[in-house]
Each structure stands twice: as structure tokens, then as C-alpha cells.
Ligand binder design. Structure first.
Ligand code: SAH
Ligand code: SF4
Ligand code: F3S
Length: 451
């Protein structure tokens, strides 16, 4: 079989990262091997994100840049995957007719067939169906399987329909993978060297997969996964505040592998806006969820997403958001300027916030959130943390790892420690990362032990 070069460019969330690796897996039997640049590639896949306008625009500028690849004697196959493909498939084929394949997130297992069709067909082929068979059941898993920290998608789609969000339209209705399939993939990943798994879903804590004795929630699944020998850390993202049930809170209390860090987006600190956003909970509900989680796991650190300038947002709403951030305290957060997305209810609202006002509010949010992140990092200086080393650092002799609180930490340590949890003293903090020193046993102490 002739070897062919495959380049995949990934935008968007972790689910796209996971999916890109699965696409590489499914194309490998056709001879495709991943390469780092598009220049020499025989096939280029752009895995797209539709969440904000800017993300979507990138697709067409990328395609313009890639078009010359088609002019080569053996022109490259150009494919557009992901959420823009799902939402704007037809338009892509009109605006960029040189695209060969447009494939939605639920159809990646059909890529080999689409590649064959594209090689035969004159025009582009489009597959944005939501087929009955789940893509996961037919996709193999090899491409990113050696990672110390691996992603595992357990749930797809979203039934929440927040006013501003395209995900329910691009990813479809909620679907949870069966427990047995999740456990099998987790065991496979651990057997290949994963020590940490991050369970993924757009609404991951709404997980309700079929398992022994009925339908399992995320809490029960975490308990089961923690039993896998060799698996030392579990995380999950992204959670919705409405779906934090008692079993999940209990998992944070009882399962040591569940890490004390949680991304729990609240979007705004105003009840009026939460309602306009159709988030289906109040600010007080959020406070109560945080209280329950912190009671179960007092060292839990939180992160959130915030939107500045959603239609109807007043200055008082914005101040309420800043107040809530000060009250709760977030260790790491993302904030975005509201972007009107075609087809979403918010896009039809008329009480828009002027751009300049939204810009100003976003800056204020980001300044406060950056201060909180720096403070959280500073607070860990002088503490001793169990660090899971994930990979080599940029400087020779350096490794990169994570603390339980998901802080990135740089430590001088030998490569053999990759994949191990090692005690590290945190010696310094920057805005986005920490520096640490491996705890070495004092020679006197060691002699004492030997004696
Ligand atoms: N399922 C997750 C969010 C997925 S999208 C949740 O419910 O929290 C990731 C983040 O993008 C959202 O939390 C939101 O803050 C942001 N976002 C989504 N749509 C947006 C839009 N139209 N404009 C600006 N930000 C948006
Ligand atoms: Fe989008 Fe809301 Fe679903 Fe999150 S919960 S993916 S923000 S619709
Ligand atoms: Fe973007 Fe789709 Fe993820 S819209 S955020 S890539 S689910």
C-alpha cells in the first residue's frame, strides 16, 4: 500500500481534538500517516468550530490558502469536518467548490468511503447525516493512544438549547456511550500508558449510559473507572450546573482519582440574564452547587466560562457577574464576547449590546479573571503537590506536568518520570504556570531508612 501524508488542522473544543485523532485512526488503514504541515500532504482535513463567528471565518481563509494544493498533478484531497461542516455544509461546497469532502461530526467512520467517492466524483461529497450507528463503535483507536493524559469522549450533543449556542444544532441530541464501551476504551488507553483520563462531553455530567442494572450517571461511571489498575487521575469536562447530582458530588468526596478541579461554566452572575440565556438555573442555584461540591472536597478549585455582551445585558448585569466572580473565586476561566450565531434564539433578540460596551466589559472580566488565576497560582507556591509528569518540556532536562488542580508545572526531572506521579515542591508561579522542584529524600533520612 502506498503511503500518503495526512494533515489535520483542529479548531474548537477538546471533543474536536478527540475526533481528529479518531479521523487519523480511520484513515490509517488506507495508508494515511499524520504529518505536521499541509505543504506535502495528500489529504488535508480542517476540523472546524462554529461556536463564534471568528472561529467560522477561519475555515474560509484556510481553504483559500489550501486551494493551490489542488493544482498539483496529484491534487490533494481537501476535507472540511466538524461543526461548520455540519452547520454550513452546502454553503462550503458553493463558496469553495474545490473542496472534496464535507463531513459532519457523526459521520467520521464513513471517511474511507467518502475518500473513495471523492476520488471518483467530479464535485464535492457531503455527509452530514446523523446515522443510527454510533461513530465510536466502529472507529479504532491508535493515533493518540500513547498519551499520559488522554481524552475519552463519553457523551455527545446537547439538549439544553442555551439561547446563544450552536452546539445543539451542530452536534445534535444528547447521546451517551454505553458503560461497557467507555470502560473498554479506558482500559485500552491505560494499557497503552495513559495515567489520566479526561472524560469529554458537551454536557458531560448529563451522562446517562446503559450499564449493568440500568442507566448509569457520571458519578457511578467515575467510581467504576477509578477501579482500573494503573489509572490514577480522572477529570471530566464540560459540566452544566443543573446536572450536578448527589452521586457526582459523592464521587468528588470518595474517589481519590477524581481530581479537585472542575470546569463549571456559569456564563453570567445575573438572574435576569441567566433566564434570557435559557440556562435554566439561578445564581443561587449555582452558589448551592458550588457549596455542595466544596463541602465534599474542600480543596476543589473551579473554573468557568463567561460571556460579555449577550443581548439584554445591562451594566447592572455585568456588575453582578464581576461580583459573583469575586464571591466564588475562579482559578482559571475563559471569557468571550458574545457572538450572534445564525439559527440561535439570541441572534433574533433586538436589545443588542453595542460592540464598544461589550469590548469594555470583556476587558474588565478578563482583568479580574487573570488576577484570580495569578492569585491561585501564587497561593500554591511553598506547597508540596503530587505532579503527574506528561511530557518533555521545551528546555533540556525539563518535564511538564500538572498538579491535581490542573496547573501546568515545569520541573527539572529525568524523562523516566514521565507517566509517574511525583512529589514536587512548588517554588515559583507565573500567570499561566508554576515552577517546581522534585522532592528528594534527604540523604540522612535515606540512611535512616536503610539502617
Ligand atoms: N457545554 C458547555 C459550553 C460549550 S461552548 C456549557 O454549557 O458550559 C463553550 C463556551 O463558549 C460556552 O460556555 C460559552 O461561554 C461560549 N459560547 C458559546 N456560544 C457563544 C456565543 N454565541 N458567543 C460567545 N460565546 C459563546
Ligand atoms: Fe451550548 Fe448550553 Fe449546550 Fe453548553 S449547555 S453546549 S452552552 S446549549
Ligand atoms: Fe466548537 Fe463544535 Fe466544539 S462548535 S466548541 S467544535 S462542539
Amino acid at each position: 500500500m502506498t503511503k500518503k501524508a495526512l494533515f489535520i488542522k483542529t479548531y474548537g473544543c477538546q471533543m474536536n481534538v478527540y475526533d481528529s485523532a479518531r479521523m487519523a485512526d480511520v484513515l490509517a488503514p488506507l495508508g494515511y500517516q499524520l504529518v505536521d504541515t499541509a505543504d506535502q500532504a495528500d489529504m488535508v482535513v480542517i476540523n472546524t468550530c462554529h461556536i463564534r463567528e471568528k472561529a467560522t471565518e477561519k475555515v474560509f481563509s484556510d481553504l483559500g490558502r489550501l486551494k493551490p494544493l489542488k493544482a498539483r498533478p496529484q491534487g490533494a484531497i481537501l476535507a472540511v469536518a466538524g461543526c461548520v461542516a455540519q452547520a454550513e455544509g452546502e454553503e462550503i461546497l458553493v463558496r469553495a467548490p474545490y473542496v472534496d469532502i464535507v463531513v459532519g461530526p457523526q459521520a467520521y467512520h464513513r471517511l474511507p468511503q467518502l475518500v473513495a467517492e471523492a476520488t471518483r466524483a467530479a464535485g464535492g461529497v457531503l455527509d452530514t447525516d446523523f446515522p443510527v450507528e454510533a461513530k465510536f463503535d466502529v472507529l479504532p483507536r491508535t493515533t493518540d493512544a500513547q498519551a499520559v493524559s488522554a481524552f475519552l469522549t463519553i457523551q455527545e450533543g446537547c439538549d439544553k438549547f442555551c439561547s446563544f449556542c450552536v452546539v445543539p444544532y451542530t452536534r445534535g441530541a444528547e447521546f451517551s456511550r454505553p458503560v461497557a464501551a467507555v470502560v473498554a476504551e479506558a482500559e485500552h488507553l491505560v494499557s497503552l500508558g495513559a495515567r489520566e483520563l479526561t472524560l469529554l462531553g458537551q454536557n458531560v455530567n448529563a451522562y446517562h449510559g446503559v450499564g449493568d442494572g440500568g442507566v448509569w450517571g457520571l458519578g457511578q461511571l467515575l467510581v467504576r473507572l477509578a477501579e482500573i489498575p494503573g489509572l490514577v487521575r480522572l477529570r471530566y469536562t464540560t459540566s452544566h450546573p443543573r446536572d450536578v447530582d448527589d452521586a457526582l458530588v459523592a464521587a468528588h468526596r470518595d474517589v481519590p482519582a477524581v481530581m479537585p478541579f472542575l470546569h463549571l461554566p456559569v456564563q453570567t452572575g445575573s438572574d435576569q440574564l441567566l433566564q434570557a440565556m435559557n440556562r435554566r438555573h439561578s445564581v443561587d442555584d449555582y452558589r448551592r452547587v458550588v457549596d455542595r461540591l466544596r463541602a465534599a472536597r474542600p480543596d476543589l478549585l473551579l473554573s468557568s466560562d463567561f460571556i460579555a455582551g449577550h443581548p439584554g445585558e445591562t451594566d447592572a448585569d455585568h456588575q453582578a457577574t464581576l461580583d459573583l466572580i469575586r464571591e466564588i473565586g475562579f482559578a482559571q476561566s475563559y471569557s468571550f464576547k458574545y457572538s450572534a450565531r445564525p439559527g440561535t434564539p439570541a441572534a433574533l433578540l433586538t436589545d443588542k449590546v453595542p460592540e464598544a460596551v461589550a469590548d469594555q466589559r470583556l476587558q474588565e472580566l478578563q482583568a479580574l479573571l487573570a488576577d484570580q488565576m495569578t492569585a491561585a497560582n501564587q497561593a500554591s507556591v511553598g506547597t508540596r503537590q503530587p505532579v503527574l509528569f506528561e511530557k518533555l518540556g521545551r528546555h533540556p532536562g525539563q518535564l511538564i506536568g500538572r498538579t491535581p488542580h490542573f496547573q501546568t508545572i515545569h520541573v527539572d526531572a529525568p524523562p523516566r518520570l514521565i507517566g509517574q506521579v511525583v512529589a514536587v515542591d512548588v517554588v515559583a508561579a507565573a500567570s499561566h504556570s508554576l515552577a517546581g522542584r522534585v522532592v528528594t529524600v534527604d540523604p540522612a533520612e535515606r540512611q535512616g531508612v536503610a539502617a
